[in-house]
Design a protein around this ligand. Structure first.
Ligand code: DGL
Length: 274
């Protein structure tokens, strides 16, 4: 492992590509290895034991590729299994999604009423509430709401459908009643819905967990002297390798939505038994 090694990124599926796009935005000269556990997605409605086991499998896969950092680009895995990922990774630095977004929410809020949305597992774990509360020395109110249907709306390409608006209104109404001024998008899929969420929550700061995890990753690599040298030429397409545990039909369409440009030649791999 040295500064020329790749940054390893894993997610339960394709959603983590929103995080990869942020990593590449802040660190275009890096090489990336992305693993999407598409055969076992979603993690968001699985038990903690299963999420930990799957996250350990993903981490081991990336370590075999000699990565210099592991990014758990999944809010559910970061909420439930970050310790497992850290223990598995040994001395390789690990970046999770929760603390960077919690810190950003605290910097953004003025009235100290922060909303958090995520999968059932993420919200049920209390990860965001605990992180936001522990990072703040003053009183802060955290209001959480699980939004399990959002993942399906995004995956079906229905974020502009009237049904998406109705569902989002329903999910967000308890948070609106609490007068939140900041909302953490605590799931990889939600940045794809940012426009709709912004329309329904005028004046509310939306915190993209991937963006803040990317900044944290950049700092962690810089602190360790592990950042790739900048190249003279302008990078139009970052160096990325893609691995998936299943290749569903809609993969390429979704991947383009999440990453912003097409994913080429994903390699199908087997992470072992389910
Ligand atoms: N990637 C997951 C997350 O960020 C969403 C999809 C899933 O439930 O696995 O929480």
């Amino acid at each position: 492992m040295n500064k020329n090694s790749a940054i390893g990124v894993f997610d339960s599926g394709i959603g983590g590509l929103t995080v990869l796009s942020q990593l590449a935005r802040f660190m275009p000269y890096e090489k990336y290895i992305y693993l999407g556990d598409t055969a076992r997605v979603p993690y968001g409605n699985k038990s903690p034991e299963t999420i930990k086991r799957y996250s350990a499998d993903c981490t081991e896969f990336l370590l075999e590729k000699d990565v210099k950092m592991v990014v758990a680009a999944c809010n559910t895995a970061s909420s439930i299994a970050l310790d497992t990922v850290i223990n598995t990774a040994g001395d390789i630095p690990v970046i999770g999604m929760i603390n960077p977004a919690a810190g950003a929410a605290l910097r953004a809020t003025v009235n100290r009423n922060i909303g958090v949305i995520g999968t059932r597992a993420t919200i049920g774990s209390g990860s965001y509430s605990n992180s936001i509360t522990s990072l703040s020395d003053k009183k802060v109110n955290v209001y959480t709401k699980e939004c399990p249907m959002f993942v399906h709306l995004v995956e079906e390409g229905l974020t502009n459908h009237p049904a998406a608006r109705l569902l989002a209104q329903d999910y967000l109404s308890p948070l609106i009643k609490e007068n939140i001024d900041t909302l953490v998008l605590g799931c990889t899929h939600y940045p794809v819905m940012a426009r709709l969420l912004g329309e329904l929550l005028p004046g509310v700061s939306l915190i993209d967990s991937g963006e803040h995890a990317a900044v944290t990753a950049l700092r962690a690599l810089a602190d360790r002297g592990l950042l790739q040298d900048e190249k003279k030429e302008y990078v139009t397409k970052p160096d990325m390798e893609f691995y998936v545990t299943d290749l569903p039909k809609q993969f390429f369409r979704l991947a383009k939505d999440f990453l912003g440009y097409p994913v080429e030649s994903p390699v199908k791999v087997d992470l072992g038994s389910c």
